[in-house]
Design a protein around this ligand. Structure first.
Ligand code: ADP
Ligand code: MG
Length: 249
């Protein structure tokens, strides 16, 4: 409980030697990184690289086989609730309950997070406005377009005013206009929050990130600024290919 979240330079998101086996299969191996307050980091890698697994461990939804995940200094294996109050998590494919309406979903999450009284109402109103959900507030989530479902997901993420966001492929399956909208939202949120967002889309990196963490086959392959990733005049897609192709046996 004695997590230090005020010290300058303290990591808001920390993966410390994370390893995860699914049965005999090793999904991630010894993945470590530290993300300080205020950074927007793209978590890049091909499908199956281990991005979602790492994010589920960081958010406390999955226990690592080895290593420690910390959010704002809280160990997510032993001190998950304290970490969760600081954290908004958008899971892959959204959190969505198709029969609920956006309003009932937000009320459900507000209750689950122990939000009460005027603050609860204020926050629900605020995210409905911020994510422009007014016109669909009473419709079944299952009947909404993918773009609106994603907005409902973002509203749920932002409801309790977390300062750390972990977003798993927030633009996947959206059309170009919706992608632009989500990127604008992330850019705005990035001015005050610490964000880790996964993607396999290279343009996302250049559009959004201060830093890139690249994984392939469950291992960390690059951690640094986007510009350095493509230095030497090589395009980002060339470097991506080079860093993510199967390691020689
Ligand atoms: P990414 O999000 O980068 O696409 P994932 O973390 O979803 O990667 O998956 C990493 C690897 O672990 C993949 O090979 C995937 O098939 C495997 N995997 C993911 N979840 C499970 C699971 N519950 N059981 C077994 N294997 C899994
Ligand atoms: Mg994934």
């Amino acid at each position: 409980m004695a997590a230090d979240t005020s010290t300058a330079g303290a990591a808001m998101i920390e993966a410390d030697g994370l390893t995860k086996y699914y049965g005999p299969f090793i999904a991630i191996e010894n993945v470590s990184f530290r993300i300080p307050r205020g950074e927007v980091v793209a978590f890049l890698g091909p499908n199956g690289a281990g991005k979602s697994t790492t994010m589920k461990i960081l958010t406390g939804y999955l226990a690592p086989t080895a290593g420690t995940a910390r959010i704002a200094g809280h160990d997510m294996s032993t001190d998950r609730l304290a970490g969760a109050t600081r954290l908004g998590y958008l899971p892959e494919n959204g959190p969505l309950y198709p029969d609920m309406t956006p309003r009932s979903l937000l009320e459900f999450f507000a209750d689950a997070r122990g939000m009460r009284g005027a603050y609860r109402e204020q926050r629900i109103d605020a995210v409905v406005r911020q994510c422009e959900l007014g016109s669909v507030i009473g419709k079944a989530i299952g009947k909404l377009s993918k773009g609106y479902r994603q907005r409902v997901g973002m509203a749920q993420v932002l409801l309790h005013e977390p300062d750390v966001l972990i977003l798993d492929e927030p633009t996947s399956g959206l059309d170009p206009n919706q992608i632009r909208e989500v990127r604008d939202t992330i850019r705005r949120l990035g001015e005050e929050k610490t964000i880790l967002l996964s993607t396999h889309i290279l343009q996302e990196v250049e559009a959004l990130a201060d830093r890139v963490i690249l994984v392939a086959e469950g291992r960390l392959r690059y951690d640094g600024p986007p510009a350095e990733l493509c230095h030497g005049g090589r395009g980002l897609d060339d470097r991506f290919h080079e860093l993510t192709r199967a390691a020689p046996a």
